[in-house]
Design a protein around this ligand. Structure first.
Ligand SMILES: *Cc1c(COP(=O)(O)O)cnc(C)c1O
Length: 410
């Protein structure tokens, strides 16, 4: 979003016009930003056989999936339903990595039947997999390196207490299961969690993966997961993918030489690709002055954007209706009957009732974590693509609230 001629714009379109056309609350995504983030990664790892598997759970709209497909990405899915969406968006099964966690063996078998690349993160599931398929179905193994990474323990998935992956300390047990069942392991995977600050964590993780890779002679790829950090606040440190490309690229090439073959390097970014592309537009319903603060109550809440309440995530907020207004301090809150604060003590250009506010970094884990709490409709989604604003999801209606409810005689 850029400020041009005193109006906030996306690809030359006035953001307030988008809000007027589609109503608020509405999620708006800038396709150009998604494409340029993809390109950044490709450029950073241009010397490696890079495959990007977009983590679909960050933003699962089918039109976004199609955009990823068009620009050469594969996809990482965590449920059979996400896999079905990816197939519908045009991905072939061999482009889809299925990385579920704590699912039944039955769901894993469904993934095999669909022809997905299977990523296994549990020894008991691996045993069942081996008994059933032996070497006939290749698989990837998700390891837990026990590195404490990321902003906080809720979004960090690679540490010792985390439920994700097979512990690196269980390697002997893991190898016994692989070898006695003749399991065909083609990939090793790690995903240590979101918001990794620098290349060093990736490098540490890489060294661990390289260290165990020698025990798996049939590898075709190594998947470094994600955790790329994007800027939420103006001066946030972000993952420098070019720096990472140089350092990790060099380490990877050296490893491949020792391994004896050039392997593919995989990443599964979610947030990195879509977070900054998204703006959540809401309207100021009321301005409420109390002895403590001035509240702006907006036509949304934790039902639509949960990250500030669930993760204490900071999302920048801009008053797009009043770019020249004087700055005042506000607390921006939702309309849900819970304490659903989008931001405390934020400096915004003067907010008047009816103004449109843009909540930034709303592309990742925004709509995809939304709910119908308080029987509110989930918002519409709009993709700004090739200079035009396209509706890519209709706002819900009362029919959606009532769907699947069964009214009995009482
Ligand atoms: C959520 C998830 C990702 C994406 O994480 P981001 O922080 O959004 O980049 C990647 N891989 C797996 C297995 C995930 O569960």
């Amino acid at each position: 979003m850029e400020l041009k001629n005193d109006t906030y714009q996306l690809q030359g379109l006035n953001v307030t016009d988008i809000a007027k056309e589609f109503g608020t609350p509405v999620y708006v995504y800038n396709a150009d930003k998604i494409v340029s983030q993809l390109q950044n990664l490709k450029n950073a790892f241009s010397n490696q056989e890079l495959k990007i598997k977009y983590a679909a759970k960050a933003l699962t709209n089918i039109s976004i999936l199609k955009l990823m497909k068009k620009h050469g990405a594969g996809v990482d899915v965590v449920s059979i339903q996400e896999a079905q969406l990816a197939l519908k968006a045009g991905f072939t099964p061999d482009e889809i990595l299925f990385t579920p966690n704590c699912v039944s063996f039955a769901e894993l078998q469904q993934g095999v039947d669909m022809g997905l690349i299977i990523n296994i993160d549990n020894i008991s599931i691996l045993e069942q997999f081996g008994h059933k398929y032996r070497s006939s179905v290749p698989c990837c193994i998700r390891l837990n390196p026990h590195i404490m990474a990321g902003g906080n323990a809720k979004i960090s998935t690679g540490h010792g207490d985390s439920k994700f992956g097979i512990s690196i300390y269980q390697l002997p047990h893991l190898l016994r299961v692989v070898n006695t069942n003749d399991i065909h392991v083609v990939g090793l995977h790690m995903h240590t969690g979101s918001d990794i600050l620098d290349a060093e964590v990736f490098l540490k993780m890489a060294e661990i993966l390289f260290g165990v890779a020698g025990d798996f002679p049939d590898l075709e790829f190594i998947d470094f997961g994600s955790g790329f950090k994007v800027g939420y606040k103006p001066n946030d440190i972000v993952t420098n993918v070019y720096d990472l490309g140089v350092k990790l690229g060099k380490a990877f090439d050296k490893f491949c030489e020792a391994y004896g073959r050039k392997l593919e390097m995989w990443f599964e970014p979610g947030k990195y690709l879509v977070s900054e592309s998204g703006y959540f537009l809401v309207s100021a319903n009321v301005i409420k002055t109390t002895p403590a603060t001035v509240f702006v109550g907006v036509d949304s809440g934790m039902n639509h954007l949960l990250r500030p309440m669930m993760y204490d995530a900071h999302h920048e907020i801009v008053n797009v209706s009043n770019p020249k207004g004087i700055q005042r301090v506000y607390s921006i809150v939702g309309y849900i009957c819970e304490t659903d604060t989008f931001g405390w003590d934020r400096k915004l250009n003067e907010v008047r009732e009816g103004d449109v506010l843009a909540i930034k970094n709303a592309g990742a884990y925004g709509f995809s974590m939304s709910s119908n709490y308080n029987s509110r409709y989930r918002p519409a989604e709009v993709l700004v693509y090739e200079g035009k604003a396209h509706l890519i999801r209709e706002r819900e209606t009362m029919d959606d609230i009532l769907r699947n409810q069964v009214e009995i005689e009482i």
